[in-house]
Design a protein around this ligand. Structure first.
Ligand SMILES: Cc1cc2nc3c(=O)[nH]c(=O)nc-3n(C[C@H](O)[C@H](O)[C@H](O)COP(=O)(O)OP(=O)(O)OC[C@H]3O[C@@H](n4cnc5c(N)ncnc54)[C@H](O)[C@@H]3O)c2cc1C
Length: 436
């Protein structure tokens, strides 16, 4: 039987049935059949979550056959997409309308429904994650009813469904607030880690999209600042081929793969490998179309934990984390990534109700560092951190309910729209139902 495996190959499953959805009209029949057979149903996007969100021995829905644009409002720039649309398809789909997404994360492999369902985000204090850009959606509930939800129609369902982990139903259409096409001017600089960590929040207020990557145990961080420019501007700073290649390779691809492999085999070399990688980071400037600058390929198999903190906690939390890394016997060869987002008003959005700074720790899949993520989690939780829904964490319902003012409302909504738990798996029960 065909197996499911996520991006990092850390989650796998053998569903009883893979079901391809090409028309939302199939869903009521699929749900009824699954319920009759005693199966649960999970919808998947690209399988890029690190947590077992789509793990199932029941029915796994694939919406790759339901992609593209359904409607464009030229006046408001709102675009309704079919929910299986992959993010990498969106620039091409929006080009005829001269529109763009307001922001993107590091990669573009995810499906639109997958990205909004876990509160996926990029960086920029004036920009929300994907869920904050949603102005309406359509979702098919467990009993086969199709519901439309927006701020003015089924408003509670709208606030809940925009970040809902596939636990409320299957989202079939997503209306996004898009923006006029734009270019990004990118400046990448190597800075002292003390300097960028102290000034990061302040500088994030005056830079459109600011983030930094830091190889632990070194003093050098790569700071990326992207500034928005009108579309069509000529690109004066084409990236130098060598520096483009080197930074991308070091942060996410071939060179990182090589040092990760070496570090996993010979952990005693890790501090030296981190120093080597940090020393090779270089400065560059370039200008390009929005989607080309926001995203880049990620070819190294890694797994990740990311916590979202209130802005005011960043200084102390990051200092504590650095103090831990200074003592930790086996840090990893993988840069730590720090980003920001504007607050949104979804019930379970990771940046819901508060402007947010994200701190992400990664681990090459073959690294043997069982203490690393739990230690990072302990520190980040002490500072009010909320875990990314699609990335590793150990929290259950009772801990999560303390982090989200509307958590009980979400739970009540879930029991109302799916009383039999058609869309629950073990992981979701732990997150949303059971007290731990
Ligand atoms: C290499 C890499 C880079 C990443 N970069 C970032 C980043 O920059 N920023 C960030 O925030 N995250 C990032 N992530 C995390 C990733 O964006 C999220 O985990 C995202 O949810 C994955 O999308 P997906 O399409 O693979 O969805 P999946 O992982 O397949 O599913 C995610 C959730 O969406 C639900 N879902 C999918 N389709 C539907 C539907 N039609 N209706 C209802 N529910 C549905 C699933 O049931 C599940 O709960 C990254 C992950 C990887 C592997």
């Amino acid at each position: 039987m065909k197996r499911f495996a996520n991006f990092s190959r850390t989650v796998s499953a053998t569903p009883a049935r893979w079901q391809s959805i090409t028309d939302p009209a199939q869903l009521p029949g699929v749900f009824a059949k699954a319920a009759k057979e005693g199966h649960t149903v999970r919808a998947m996007g690209a399988g890029h979550s690190f947590t077992p969100l789509v793990q199932t021995s029941g029915v796994l829905l694939n919406l790759d056959g339901f992609q593209g644009i359904e409607e464009v409002d030229a006046l408001t720039h709102e675009v309704t997409f079919r929910s299986g649309t992959r993010l990498w398809q969106i620039p091409r789909l929006l080009r005829p309308y001269n529109l763009a997404l307001a922001n993107m994360g590091d990669i573009d492999r995810q499906s639109l429904a997958g990205a909004i369902s876990t509160s996926t985000h990029g960086t920029g204090l004036a920009f929300t994650g994907f869920s904050g850009m949603v102005s309406g959606l359509r979702i098919t509930l467990a009993d086969g009813t199709e519901m439309r939800a927006s701020p003015t129609e089924n408003a509670d369902l709208f606030q809940a469904a925009r970040v809902s982990l596939g636990a409320l139903g299957v989202i079939t259409h997503v209306r996004l607030r898009c923006v006029p096409e734009f270019m990004l001017s990118a400046v990448e600089r190597v800075e002292d880690i003390d300097q960028i960590s102290k000034s990061f929040i302040e500088r994030s207020r005056s830079t459109d999209h600011l983030e930094f990557f830091w190889f632990s145990g070194t003093s050098r961080a790569l700071v990326k600042a992207n500034t928005r420019l009108p579309a069509g501007i000529s690109a004066p700073n084409a990236p130098g081929k060598v520096s483009t290649w080197l930074n991308d390779e070091l942060l996410s691809n071939g060179a990182l793969q090589a040092i990760c492999t070496l570090g996993a085999l010979r952990p005693q070399l890790i501090p030296r490998l981190n120093r080597l990688a940090a020393a090779a980071l270089s400065e560059r400037k370039h200008t390009g179309q929005w989607y080309r600058v926001f995203t880049s390929p990620r070819r190294v198999r890694f797994t990740e934990m990311e916590y979202a903190l209130p802005l005011e906690s960043f200084g102390t939390a990051f200092a504590e984390f650095r103090a831990y890394l200074a003592k930790a016997p086996a840090p990893v060869v993988f840069p730590i990534e720090v980003r920001t987002a504007a607050a949104d008003d979804t019930w379970l959005g990771i940046a819901s109700g508060r402007p947010t700074v994200y701190l992400a720790v990664h681990r090459y899949v073959r690294d043997n560092v069982p203490e690393y993520f739990p230690a990072a989690e302990r520190i980040l939780r002490r500072h009010g951190g909320r875990p990314h829904w699609g990335k590793e964490h150990s929290l259950g319902a009772s801990q999560l309910s303390a982090l989200y003012p509307r958590f009980a409302d979400f739970q009540a909504m879930r029991s109302t729209v799916d009383p039999q738990g058609l869309f629950l798996n073990e992981h979701l029960r732990r997150l949303l139902v059971e007290e731990v």
